[in-house]
Each structure stands twice: as structure tokens, then as C-alpha cells.
Design a protein around this ligand. Structure first.
Ligand code: ZN
Length: 194
């Protein structure tokens, strides 16, 4: 069977930690780069068990530029590029997930719509922050990893590290499993349709 290759890009790494956050009950400083990598590993292992091949832009605390990440899509030639991130905001009340694609109607929008629908099903009680103004619910931005990649690409923000409830969830095995289940459901549907 032809196994579609998914290239997973855990955002940040090395001297770029991404968002940083603390929790009242802990002395740890949590780095977005570490959470992105953990989620990438859990999702990647789950995808391998469900008929996909998986590659990563980084598998450890490596620093890569955004262009290097996009360049890797030309080396690996994946069916899909997924960039994983967690958000931060000045208000601790900001909460929820976001799925981004590049502007305009592309195959990435099909994947994004499936990811949004499945994340809503598996991440019970979590908010999906959407932008329905252009006819679909994903948000659209000219991020380098969305515009310079050589395949359909989505960037996911799994929650706000600056929101204590979101951060506790992002650090939990429950979250990783819920996210992995959503990814498998969405990408299996997408694979079987194309
Ligand atoms: Zn980030």
C-alpha cells in the first residue's frame, strides 16, 4: 500500500524556545519548543501505526530557520506538511486552538477543515478559534512554512501557554492522545478521498 508521508515540523528549538510560561503550582519554566516536540512525537508514532510514513524537521532541541523547515519539504517531498505550535497572549484569558493555511483556496484548506472538525470532536471542552469571513473556518496567513512549502501545509496552534488551563492541558498525556486521535481521523479521511 502506498503510505503518504507526513512531514511534521515541531516549531522553534535550540536557542529559540518559542513561548515561555509558568504555572503557580510548579517551579518549572515551560518552553513551547519542548511541548511542540512532545506532541509531534506522539502524533508521529500514532500516524506510523495507521498507515502513514512520518518524517520530522527536527527530532531534538535543534534550531532551524523557517526557510530551512520549508526547504525540507522539497527534500522529503511529503504528501503533507504540518507545523506544530502553541500560542501566547498578553491576556491569560485567551484560550483555544487555531489552524492556519496560506491565503487562497488550496488543497491545504481541505486538510485544515478536516483537522478542525476532528479536533473539535476529540478535544472535548476546548475552544476552536476560527475565521469564517472567507467561507471556511481556518485562519489564513503568509507564514513561511505555509507559503514556501512544496506541498499542502497547515500550521496548528494547540492552545495558549499563557492560559493556565490550556497549559495544564498541553502538558497532559490526555491532550497528546486527543490531538493524535484527531490527526489520524482527519488524515485517514483525507488520504482515502484523494
Ligand atoms: Zn510558536
Amino acid at each position: 500500500m502506498n503510505k503518504p508521508l507526513i512531514l511534521i515540523d515541531p516549531g522553534h528549538g535550540g536557542s529559540d524556545p518559542g513561548a515561555l510560561a509558568i504555572l503557580q503550582e510548579s517551579t518549572s519554566v515551560y518552553r513551547e519548543a519542548d511541548i511542540n516536540l512532545k506532541i509531534a512525537q506522539v502524533v508521529g508514532e500514532a500516524l506510523l501505526l495507521h498507515g502513514f510514513d512520518v518524517a520530522y524537521t527536527r527530532c531534538n532541541d535543534l534550531q532551524l530557520t523557517l526557510s530551512q523547515r520549508a526547504e525540507l519539504s522539497k527534500v522529503y517531498r511529503p504528501a503533507l506538511f504540518l507545523s506544530f505550535h502553541c500560542n501566547a497572549a498578553s491576556s491569560p484569558r485567551a484560550t483555544g486552538m487555531e489552524v492556519f493555511t496560506s491565503p487562497g483556496r488550496t488543497e491545504s484548506d481541505t486538510v485544515a477543515e478536516l483537522l478542525i472538525a476532528e479536533l473539535e470532536k476529540t478535544t472535548v471542552g476546548k475552544v476552536m478559534r476560527t475565521d469564517p469571513s472567507d467561507g471556511d473556518r481556518d485562519k489564513e496567513e503568509k507564514f513561511v512554512v505555509l507559503t514556501q512549502t512544496a506541498c499542502p501545509a497547515c500550521l496548528l496552534e494547540f492552545g495558549f501557554m499563557t492560559n493556565p488551563a490550556d497549559l495544564r492541558w498541553l502538558l497532559s498525556e490526555t491532550a497528546w492522545q486527543q490531538i493524535a486521535e484527531a490527526m489520524i481521523n482527519a488524515l485517514t479521511t483525507w488520504r482515502d478521498d484523494v
